[in-house]
Design a protein around this ligand. Structure first.
Ligand code: SAH
Length: 220
């Protein structure tokens, strides 16, 4: 069984990632090693390595493998960085990051998902991931600054706190747009007050809900 999953994972990497231009060796190695099937709901395990997002409960989704790999590559990690993720969800993206760097911090607003993610992260040997339940549009102030920040939910605009928590030279990757379609943006802090901004590709994420995201009242 686990052998079948590792075959499926290798096919996923070859067909969905390498063929679409993902070549960063650290990202490829991480995508080859993290057991994605343990992060999806049991009913979807047989589809864990398919080219699609999947439900994880609480109306949230685990992102498509390509999107996880693309966003990870966009952070341009070398292996020594301190990284923040907003939107833990299943914990899969955090586990991918933890395969590449030692210091991973991740924030989730839904306590049930955070509990589930914690359990799976511990199970797969990613106990070093630091997980907090809070509104990630504030970032993680006590742990600033970060070399890289990734937001895995779509935001109407880029929260100022996240830009402020980047080191000089640090990168922030975030989907920005309306609640249906977004573009993935990458910001780079060039000095204290200056950021460059690039648009990388179109994407579709569940909403970032919080003080500097979409209002909570729309979703209660
Ligand atoms: N990265 C996840 C998938 C993210 S789905 C994975 O690998 O599985 C987006 C997640 O962002 C959801 O779990 C949602 O609850 C969470 N989220 C939305 N708004 C948030 C906020 N303000 N702070 C923290 N998490 C948030």
């Amino acid at each position: 069984m686990s052998n079948n999953f590792s075959v499926a994972r290798r096919l996923m990497v070859d067909q969905q990632l390498r063929l679409r231009g993902i070549s960063d060796p650290l990202v490829i190695a991480a995508m080859l090693s993290v057991p994605r099937h343990l992060f999806v709901e049991e009913a979807f395990q047989s589809r864990a390595y398919s080219d699609a997002p999947l439900p994880i409960g609480s109306k949230q989704t685990i992102s498509q493998p390509f999107m996880v790999a693309f966003m990870t590559a966009a952070l341009e990690l070398q292996g020594t960085e301190k990284v923040l993720e907003i939107g833990t969800g299943s914990g899969y993206q955090a586990a991918v990051l933890a395969t590449i760097v030692d210091q991973v911090f991740t924030v989730e607003r839904i306590p049930e998902l955070a509990r589930r993610a914690r359990r799976i992260l511990d199970l797969v040997g990613a106990a070093c991931v630091n997980l907090q339940v809070s509104d990630g549009t504030f970032g993680w102030e006590e742990q600033r600054p970060f070399d890289a920040i990734m937001v895995t939910a779509g935001s109407p605009e880029t929260p100022r706190h996240l830009l402020d928590q980047l080191k000089i030279g640090g990168r922030l990757v975030i989907p920005v747009g309306d609640q249906i379609d977004q573009v993935l943006k990458r910001y780079r802090r060039t000095d204290n007050a200056t950021f460059t901004e690039e648009t990388l590709l179109g994407c579709r994420f569940v909403p970032l809900i919080g003080r500097y995201g979409w209002p909570e009242s729309d979703y209660s």
